[in-house]
Ligand binder design. Structure first.
Ligand SMILES: [Zn+2]
Length: 402
């Protein structure tokens, strides 16, 4: 029973930058454009990886990592309830095949395959551990099975549900796990051709994100480095730099996946502190990403050790600014969005609203006009959500004349 044609290529980056992958759903956490732009810039500014000679037998590397992850994965698997196969938490198998695509995948039966290319582009056990934990997470979370069932529900395939029913009946009759796995595998293979046609039988954006979250939890439990996991997400992200995973996306966009990863990462206590300082690129003269201990981040251009040129800046609460910087200040055109719904699009000087711009309040009220030293000043109009408009002159934030 070969699974080679079933490509759960959720963890793929094709070095030639062809796009293969997973279909979208709507449950990935949602992020605003500024946040996604920060992530995209960070992905773009990472140092490019070149393939390295494999130093250690990949099988050995994998089994060493597996032995650390396995107890935690098994616990998670049992907690998740074993929806489909009672045997599914007892063991996973590991294979390495020669293949020049950076990829790893797992079958619904729990057989994990790594392409040899993974070991040329990863830098540590910690990085490989995250990829392995991610694949195991797909299995633990029943994603393969969900997809088979979803395909049937969507009317994308025929015969699959009966395959699963046969499997369930066989299980009830006490047939061996091996036979049961074969039944399910048959059902998957049968469904593959039609499923592929309908764009299914690959993991969804939502499932990728869910597997990242559990994978992150597993490597934390096993004592692997969360920052290394993040580096893998960055690397993978270079393959798909659209801001969002669109309806026609074949796999998660890099910026969205990174943003989602960071949101999970912030939810755990460890690791985040290791991401302080210049985390990638050149933060003196050039393009670089810098994280402050209080959660502020900047991704963009630097000059003489100061933010300068185009960049994106965010606060821990989600407030963001994307635009022009000058000698350490926000200066020039930009877009400011606060976490609680205030938005300004326009000109800045010395990190204040200054010049022409549009300011929108969370309730929909909007001022369009001139600003000076962060206040409405000069010509402008204020529009209320109910349609009332006040046009005229403003001084120091106050309306003067109609
Ligand atoms: Zn995946």
């Amino acid at each position: 029973m070969s699974f080679e044609r079933i490509l759960y290529r959720c963890f793929v980056i094709v070095i030639s930058s062809a796009v293969i992958g997973c279909s979208p759903t709507q449950y990935m956490p949602q992020f605003n454009e500024a946040t996604l732009e920060i992530k995209r810039n960070e992905i773009a500014s990472q140092i490019e990886r070149t393939p390295q000679d494999i130093q250690e037998e990949p099988d050995l590397v994998l089994s060493r990592i597996y032995s650390r992850l396995e107890p935690h994965a098994k616990t998670a698997c049992l907690e998740n309830g074993e929806k489909w196969l009672e045997s599914s938490c007892s063991s996973w198998t590991l294979n390495v095949v020669d293949d020049e695509n950076f990829n790893a995948y797992i079958t619904p039966a729990g057989d994990i395959t790594f392409h040899s290319e993974v070991f040329k582009y990863t830098k540590s056990d910690d990085e490989v551990a995250f990829i392995l934990a991610h694949e195991m997470s797909h299995h633990i979370l029943n994603h393969g099975m969900e997809d088979i069932v979803n395909s049937e529900i969507m009317g994308a395939t025929t015969g699959l549900l009966s395959g699963i029913l046969v499997g369930a009946i066989a299980a009830g009759l006490g047939v061996s796990d091996a036979v049961l796995d074969d039944v399910i595998e048959d059902a998957v293979e049968d469904g593959y051709a039609s499923g592929r046609e309908a764009g299914r039988l690959t993991y969804s954006v939502d499932q990728e994100s869910e597997a990242d979250r559990l994978g992150l939890k597993l490597i934390n439990l096993a004592g692997y480095d969360e920052l290394a996991a993040r580096q893998v997400i960055l690397f993978i992200g270079a393959d798909s730099t659209e801001l969002r995973s669109g309806q026609s996306s074949s796999h998660p966009s890099g910026p969205e996946r990174l943003a989602a990863f960071d949101s999970y990462s912030n939810g755990t206590s460890s690791g985040q502190n290791s991401l302080i300082g210049c985390v990638s690129g050149d933060c003196v003269n050039g393009d670089g990403s810098y994280n402050w201990a209080d959660g502020r981040k900047y991704v963009g251009h630097w000059m003489d050790d100061k933010v300068h040129g185009r960049g994106a800046y965010s606060l821990a609460d989600g407030t963001t600014f994307v635009g022009q910087f000058k000698a350490g200040q926000i200066s020039g055109q930009g877009v400011f969005e606060s976490a609680n719904g205030h938005k300004y699009v326009g000109e800045f000087q010395n990190s204040k609203r200054h010049g022409w711009g549009t300011y929108t309040w969370p309730d929909g009220k909007k001022y369009v006009g001139e600003f000076k030293d962060d206040e409405e000043h000069g010509e402008g109009s204020l529009t209320y959500p109910d349609g009332r408009i006040f046009r005229g002159q403003w001084a120091n934030g106050k309306f003067l004349t109609q």
